[in-house]
Design a protein around this ligand. Structure first.
Ligand code: PEP
Ligand code: MN
Length: 357
């Protein structure tokens, strides 16, 4: 249920509504719009007469049931787009962002060179996994904390905020010390303890859609995070598993447009995992933006043939350079603009190419 307060409702009447909800063992989450306040009501059992009861209260304009199971993620709760701020960069709203970098952090040289190259091309943030969920236990599973330290170094060199995955609740505290955006990988979309822990961190969270998760399951996972009073959730569509085997996954562009309609959360598209083929990344990135995505996340590697993971879907620096003007063109065609980080650091310190690993 949502309770829409009158535009002139007093702070006191808002508090009285919250108290009444807690008398019913329900929780009220406040969405403060410019015009009015909306209270999202969540709890196990909402009495059938609650709408009428709320509408009798001082300052309440309307109480409406939300029939969909996700409430705080629903557009009705927060009619305007949520903008998640990442080190001063807005994700969602009018601008589009580009997160770029390797699948996994492999060495200082690799991550710093990539960060410098994608930044020069106009990327907004740096991606790179330090903790990698891999299908086989015998493949490269990331550098762990060293990988996080190398990401932090690349951020110092370039000013690009870091997006990196956290895989277990017990690692959240560690990863949160380095990351600007905590990534929940597709395989962990329904790891509810992890969702609650990243929720409690208060940091921006990018929630990837599970390999075989329905749209509704994806949004219910977002709900877990927001219910911990962390509204900084960014959805990420990364392709789903279907009968089709010609591509790694089926890029569900429907879900991008639908998420923009049904929720207020920013939506990022990951055409690298969505297609699994570097030569399909560019068309699907452009299609995603045209469909309303608030940005893309793209795997880029200095030498994809030698990448420790996901080389086949990674763009070279040259291919990423070629993608960026096309992203700009699509963004401006739909009345949006690409947010670059070029104004974040005026003069990056030259990188001396030290190899530490
Ligand atoms: C990744 O971003 O490298 C990754 C492992 O993605 P996903 O969880 O979508 O498979
Ligand atoms: Mn990857």
């Amino acid at each position: 249920m949502i309770v829409v307060m009158r535009s002139n409702a007093t702070e006191e009447s808002i508090q009285t509504v919250l108290t009444r909800l807690s008398d019913h063992k329900l929780t009220g989450h406040i969405s403060q719009g410019e015009e009015r306040t909306i209270i999202g009501v969540v709890g196990a059992a909402i009495p059938p007469t609650l709408c009428e009861e709320m509408e009798r209260m001082e300052g309440v304009q309307q109480a409406l049931r939300i029939t969909r199971p996700y409430k705080l993620a629903a557009r009705e709760f927060h009619p305007l787009d949520t903008v998640v701020m990442v080190r001063g960069i807005p994700v969602g709203g009018k601008g589009c962002v580009v997160m770029a970098g390797p699948c996994a952090v492999e060495s200082e040289q690799q991550i710093v060179e990539t960060a410098r190259s994608v930044k020069a091309a106009g990327a907004t943030m740096l991606r790179g996994g330090a903790f990698k969920p891999r299908s086989s236990p015998y493949t490269f599973r990331g550098l762990g904390e060293i990988g996080l330290q190398l990401l932090a170094l690349a951020r110092e060199e370039t000013g690009l905020p870091i997006v990196t995955e956290v895989m277990t609740p017990t690692d959240v505290e560690l990863v949160a010390r380095y990351a600007d955006v905590l990534q929940i990988g597709a395989r962990n979309m329904q790891n509810y303890q992890l969702l609650e822990e990243v929720g409690r961190s208060g940091l921006p969270v990018m929630l990837k859609r599970g390999l075989s998760a329905t749209f509704e399951e994806w949004l219910l996972s977002a709900e877990y995070i927001i219910a911990q009073n962390n509204p900084n959730v960014i959805l990420c569509e990364r392709g789903i598993r279907t009968f089709e085997t010609a591509t790694r996954n089926t890029m569900d562009i429907n879900a991008i447009a639908l998420a923009k309609r049904r929720t207020h959360l920013p939506v990022i598209s990951d055409p690298s995992h969505g297609t699994g083929k570097w030569y399909l990344v560019v068309p699907l990135a452009l299609a995603s933006l045209a469909a309303g995505a608030d940005g893309v996340i793209i795997e880029v590697h200095p030498d994809p043939d030698r990448a420790q993971s996901d080389g086949g879907q990674s763009l070279t620096f040259e291919n990423f350079d070629r993608l960026m003007p096309q992203i700009n063109a699509v963004a401006s065609a739909i009345g949006r603009s690409l947010i670059t980080s070029s104004n974040l650091i005026e003069k990056p310190v030259p990188y001396n190419g030290r190899e530490v690993i």
